[in-house]
Design a protein around this ligand. Structure first.
Ligand code: TYC
Length: 113
């Protein structure tokens, strides 16, 4: 049984004669897309709880965590890290779950960089 292409569009004859097909000789290095993880301000979540989250899930020291928490408090939101899709998704889930378990309305989201 001869091997046949799964799909052959009009004009293709299967003999490789399509003049529009170009071969890439200089392939650019592809980097995976990155995602910003954002922390949002609210009026109820205690400041020290947010500091704790930044230390626990984002590897910040206390001074860094306090500084970022204050940025969120004053500006409404801040980027707390940039990660691959999978890692960003996990961080958001960890923060949202931890906040929910402690009954705080803290919101954490991600967006493509
Ligand atoms: N605005 C909160 C307060 O005054 C503190 C806070 C900071 C809440 C950062 C959320 O992402 C946040 N208690």
């Amino acid at each position: 049984m001869p091997l046949m292409p799964l799909k052959m569009t009009d004009g293709e004859n299967g003999n490789g004669s399509d003049a529009s097909i170009l071969t890439k000789t200089h392939s650019k290095t592809q980097r995976p897309p990155l995602y910003k993880v954002l922390l949002l301000n609210d009026d109820f979540t205690p400041m020290e709880f947010v500091v704790h989250i930044l230390e626990r899930f984002f590897g910040m020291n206390h001074a860094q965590a306090f500084e970022i928490m204050l940025t969120v408090h004053k500006k409404g939101l801040a980027v707390v890290g940039v990660f691959s899709f999978e890692v960003a998704e996990t961080k958001v889930a960890q923060v949202m779950d931890f906040a929910r378990r402690h009954q705080h309305p803290l919101q954490c989201t991600m967006e493509k960089e």
